[in-house]
Design a protein around this ligand. Structure first.
Ligand SMILES: NC(=O)c1ccc[n+]([C@@H]2O[C@H](COP(=O)([O-])OP(=O)(O)OC[C@H]3O[C@@H](n4cnc5c(N)ncnc54)[C@H](OP(=O)(O)O)[C@@H]3O)[C@@H](O)[C@H]2O)c1
Length: 333
């Protein structure tokens, strides 16, 4: 085992152009942790937020003046190469996947709490597995919060706003799998993909505004793109319907907080608006891996980058038009 490794780091907040490949010590796993040789890391819009330290609201938690986690990458698949004290749930040589709170995946090795990891079934590639913990996990939790598929009765009609990105491509598939009639917004170029994933109707709201849709058309709305007035979203759900806000839409300082407060005020009544704060859920990740293994959902991976080009992967995500997931393969893979 080598003592140093390559890692993509940015010591200060700023754009992906300032991320550099550096040699740093290989971390030792602490109590309850394992060390993974990284096979694949998926990137998320949250990586861009933490890279930029924007909104400023994230900095008290993730580093006031500089990032506490200078290595981005929060969804990782890898091979267990060392185990720390008190680890009973993982073995050396096991292929696992999980969420890294804060980051660390754009490196050759990363240490992770063993309790957050799930074994990867044999037929699933590390790239596909790494796309699940945050993106599909968030989509799953958003649909739960929206009550989609949790009540019996007729198929609910669900609107997914922003259906073509990492979270959106899973939200469409999972909503359809839960028996919903899925409507979705996305740009015209992504409509064929979103329809193949299970949406019965797609539209670009920049061309056909949501204001043209009659009131109370949906049982639930999952807003992954933002930018729509809350009252407009609320108008579109029927009595007992629910709007779930996934996106951290908002300003440079407070981010989503003002919109969340407005949502709380507007939620008095029968059409509630709920902000989602997704958390690592290994039991959900295990179910998602089963769905992929059974071919019932398919991760949409727009681009896979070799480890040496991880900064280009971050730049692609930063541009804001990723389709599905962006994955960086581990060094030497
Ligand atoms: N609440 C939580 O716990 C939680 C967890 C995870 C993620 N999130 C948030 O969820 C959002 C999505 O994350 P992600 O990783 O899926 O992002 P992503 O993959 O970077 O999303 C990019 C996609 O969004 C589409 N898009 C952007 N603006 C749109 C709009 N106004 N209408 C329709 N589509 C639009 C883009 O399509 P075009 O190219 O056509 O513009 C692109 O395909 C982010 O705001 C992220 O911070 C929240």
């Amino acid at each position: 085992m080598t003592e140093t490794m390559n890692a993509w780091r940015r010591e200060t907040y700023g754009p992906s152009s300032g991320v550099n490949l550096e040699q740093i010590p290989v971390p030792a796993p602490h109590r309850g942790e394992v060390l993974l040789k990284v096979r694949a890391t998926s990137l998320n819009a949250g990586d861009v937020r933490l890279l930029l330290g924007d909104p400023l609201l994230v900095r008290p938690v993730f580093g006031l003046t500089r990032p506490k986690h200078p290595v981005r990458g929060m969804e990782v698949a890898g091979t267990v190469v060392a185990v720390g004290p008190d680890v009973v749930s993982a073995e050396i040589g096991e292929e696992v996947v999980g969420e890294l709170v804060g980051g660390g995946g754009l490196a050759e090795y990363v240490r992770v709490p063993a309790s957050r990891l799930v074994p990867i079934p044999p037929d699933i590639t590390p790239e596909a597995a790494s796309s699940l913990p945050i993106a599909a996990g968030t989509a799953w939790q958003a649909l739960d919060l929206a009550g989609v598929g949790l009540r019996g009765g007729e198929a609910p009609r669900v609107l997914i706003i922003g259906a073509s990105g990492g979270v959106g491509t899973f939200a469409v598939q999972l909503a359809a799998l839960r028996g919903a009639e899925v409507w979705a917004t996305c740009s015209v170029r992504n409509a064929p993909l979103v329809e193949r994933l299970g949406a019965v109707r797609t539209f670009d709201h920049r061309v056909s505004p949501l204001s043209e849709i009659p009131a109370a058309r949906f049982d639930a709305i999952v807003d992954i793109a933002g930018g729509m007035p809350l009252r407009e979203l609320q108008r579109l759900v029927g009595h007992g319907g629910r709007v779930v806000l996934v996106t951290g839409d908002g300003g440079h300082v407070l981010g989503p907080i003002p919109r969340m407060l407005r949502a709380a005020v507007l939620s008095v009544g029968s059409r509630s608006i709920r902000p989602l704060a997704a958390t690592p859920r290994p039991e959900v990740l295990a179910k998602l891996l089963e769905l992929v293994a059974d071919g019932r959902i398919v991760p949409v991976i727009e681009r896979e980058y070799p480890f040496a080009e991880a900064s280009a992967a971050l730049a692609h995500l930063e541009a804001g038009h990723a389709v599905g997931k962006v994955v960086v393969r581990g060094s030497g893979v």
